[in-house]
Design a protein around this ligand. Structure first.
Ligand SMILES: Nc1ncnc2c1ncn2[C@@H]1O[C@H](COP(=O)(O)OP(=O)(O)OP(=O)(O)O)[C@@H](O)[C@H]1O
Length: 704
């Protein structure tokens, strides 16, 4: 549902097609002459505010010092200060909400993320490829040092030969002998470098892709193991965005960092040594700008890190909207909600775009500042070097080699800076991903008792329950119930009374806040969770079918490898075989997303077949026939009757037609058991709530 403010915003934006322009103009007004892109980049519309960590920005000395290195930086700092103050209050609140939803409230610190990165990501990297790649990278770096050295020597020898040639004539110089050895050596060095680069590229690409695949599989496994309470707090679009985007970002970071780090460090330090060895004074001039650049990189890295978090959050939100809307397209179109949804999506995506613009602005300012500094340095070095050449302080060959060492030094420094900025950005933005990767489910599938048999005796003893995140609201209060093997227990009550909640506790999607539930005398919490769930067949009101073949959907309920005969048999018992055979591809038919190509009654019969095939001892039917017309209800009810034979069954129902034949009926009211007994016992008391339900319910033909 679109909230009022969201609706207003939608209407406003729909009225103004050039809204982006409008936003930019507003930003200009608010911020004087600041660049529109940068200002927009920080008008985060709430969700971005949460991530900007306004408090930290505003208290950070980085933002309050006046000795900014350039006018652009100063403007941006001031602008950030203003925006940080604006969003501080809202940001704090939203961040708290987000952490609460994550359920851990843990700050994604750099050191924490780094530990997780080392533990989780590197361990998934194929080590033999990584190590071979690193060794070849080192060789490559060493080769890059030899090239300038040989080139320098070649230039000096050529100049010497030129002088001899000029002074003593052509016969005095064997040009081939002078040129052939160094040129051949240079060619061999360059060819080897080229070859090494190709190999390194292949090895690191394999490393990266393998790591990202393993990372995704690992997170997917971990997500599917999380308890249901976790899913109450997360939107699936956000999780899938983390699964796909964050894992790719982390993998490229590790690939990039490992591929470049060692080589760049060697290049940086090696060229520094080589420069000082060639000409110490010139080397000092060439490296004087380094501390300034370092400072810039460090500060930019921190800011880009903040931006990365916002980017990721905004993208995961946009992704969540897309998945929700496309997955519910029928509802959206029936409610003529396409335009609203497009605006809502655009809003989320614009948040992303704004922060991307701010990042580009910042990175470009950094890049050009570094560029300007290095060009100034080059001119100064060239002038000094030529002075040295003229005064005999260095040879032309030495200068050629020196210039290349400077280029290598520059290259190494830039790569290290890139790694640092990338690292900060990725680590900050993917901190939540790493937390998800490490999150231990509160209810584990492993361990616990696996009894050899199950009789199906279920008891609830003084069970009270509040949903996680709403602990103040008790949904169930001291509910007790004893269901013997073969009993049919019906749960009735008004909407919100807690009927489905009892079902969720029976499936152990949640654990009771107090009291206990037992199966054959064993507490639920002491039983192996997979085993426990395998004992329960669950037919939902709105069964979920996957867009796989109908036979796969039926077999989904069984242990692996159900035979086609068993699948057909289950379908027959669920009254589904005939309609399945009437479908275009029979059992191979794909029912479409959310089973949109088959009817509600057909969907339910497939779901019943899925429960039949696993032959559980316990059955949980959540208003399984309430959405059907009477003819379909009759067919489905027959299938359910077949399924219920010899099983302990819990029926969650509003419609009394489905519960009259129950062994016991529990009337729930605001989470308490108001009445309990058989249909006859409860109707005998005319003042009972159950009798009142009976009088007000439309009784279906099944009752008569
Ligand atoms: N995941 C959840 N998180 C927080 N509260 C919840 C959650 N699911 C249900 N509730 C609350 O628990 C109470 C009982 O809900 P429940 O779904 O069990 O009712 P019900 O009797 O099955 O209702 P209905 O017949 O309408 O399905 C309601 O107040 C509901 O708002």
């Amino acid at each position: 549902m679109m909230t009022d403010s969201r609706g207003d915003r939608a209407r406003e934006l729909l009225r103004a097609p050039g809204h982006d322009q409008e936003l930019q103009e507003n930003s200009h007004q608010a911020n004087g002459s600041y660049p529109a892109e940068a200002t927009n980049g920080l008008a985060f519309h709430g969700i971005s505010a949460m991530q900007l960590e306004g408090e930290r920005l505003s208290s950070d000395p980085m933002w309050t010092r006046s000795n900014c290195w350039s006018l652009s930086y100063m403007r941006m700092h001031n602008m950030l200060l203003e925006k940080a103050a604006e969003i501080q209050a809202e940001g704090q609140q939203q961040r708290q909400d987000h952490d609460d939803r994550i359920g851990q409230g843990e700050e994604a610190t750099i050191s924490g993320s780094l530990r997780l990165l080392k533990k989780e990501v590197f361990s998934l990297c194929p080590m033999h490829f990584l190590i071979t790649g690193l060794v070849i990278s080192m060789v490559l770096t060493l080769l890059s040092f030899l090239v300038p050295f040989v080139q320098g020597r070649l230039v000096d020898e050529a100049l010497q030969a030129a002088a001899t040639y000029k002074n003593e004539g052509p016969d005095a110089v064997d040009i081939r002998a002078v040129l052939t050895p160094p040129i051949s050596l240079l060619a061999a060095l360059m060819f080897s470098s080229y070859f090494c680069e190709i190999i390194v590229g292949i090895l690191f690409a394999i490393c990266g892709h393998t790591t990202v695949t393993r990372l995704r599989i690992k997170l997917f496994r971990n997500l599917t193991d999380q308890e249901i309470g976790f899913y109450d707090a997360h939107v699936s679009g956000e999780l899938s965005s983390r699964l796909i985007n964050d894992s790719a970002a982390l993998s490229s970071l590790t690939q990039f960092a490992t591929q470049t780090l060692l080589g760049s460090a060697v290049k940086f330090s090696g060229s520094l040594l080589a420069m000082y060895a060639t000409h110490p004074q010139l080397a000092l001039v060439a490296t004087v700008i380094t501390p300034l650049s370092l400072m810039l990189v460090k500060r930019t890295g921190r800011t880009v890190g903040h931006y990365g978090t916002v980017q990721n959050y905004a993208m995961s939100k946009a992704n969540g909207v897309a998945i929700e809307v496309l997955g519910s397209i029928r509802t959206v179109q029936s409610n003529v909600g396409e335009q609203h949804e497009a605006v809502y999506f655009m809003d989320r995506l614009n948040s992303y775009l704004r922060i991307i613009k701010a990042t580009v602005y910042l990175e470009t300012v950094l890049r050009f500042t570094q560029y300007g500094l290095s060009k100034t340095r080059d001119v100064v070095v060239l002038a000094l070097a030529m002075h040295q050449v003229i005064t005999g302080g260095m040879t032309i060959g030495q200068y050629t080699a020196f210039a290349q060492y400077v280029a290598l030094y520059e290259d190494g420094f830039k790569s290290l800076a890139d790694i640092w900025i990338n690292f900060k950005q990725t680590i900050t933005s993917t901190g939540k991903f790493l937390q998800l990767l490490m999150r231990r489910p509160q209810v584990s599938f492993e361990g616990g008792l696996v009894p050899p048999t199950c009789r199906g005796h279920v008891a609830l003893q003084d069970v009270s329950f509040a949903y996680p995140g709403r602990s103040e609201h008790m949904v169930l209060s001291k509910v007790s119930l004893d269901a013997r093997p073969g009993d049919i227990v019906a749960l009735v009550g008004e909407s919100g009374a807690g009927k489905s909640t009892v079902g969720r506790l029976l499936l152990r999607h949640y654990d009771p806040t107090s009291g206990r539930i037992t199966l054959d005398g064993q507490s639920f919490s002491s039983l192996n969770l997979r085993w426990l769930r395998a004992q329960i067949g669950f037919v939902e009101q709105e069964p979920v079918l996957f867009d796989r073949s109908i036979s796969d959907n039926i077999a989904y309920g069984s242990a692996r490898g159900a035979s086609f005969d068993a699948i057909q048999d289950a379908a027959r018992r669920a009254n589904a075989h005939d309609f399945i055979m009437g479908l275009a591809d029979g059992y191979e038919t794909h029912p479409g997303e959310r089973a949109s190509r088959i009817s509600g009654g057909q969907k339910q019969r497939v779901a019943i077949a899925r429960a039949v095939i696993r032959d559980p001892k316990l059955l949980l039917l959540d208003e399984a026939t309430s959405a059907l017309d009477s003819e379909n209800e009759h067919i489905v009810q027959k299938a359910l009757d077949e399924l219920m034979k010899g099983k302990t069954t819990f029926i969650i129902a509003h419609r009394l037609s489905t519960v009259v034949r129950s062994t016991r009926i529990l009337v729930l009211d605001k989470g308490r058991v108001l009445e309990q007994g058989s249909h006859d016992e409860l109707v005998a008391d005319e003042t009972s709530r159950y009798s009142s339900f009976m009088r007000h319910q439309i009784v279906s033909p099944l009752l008569s």
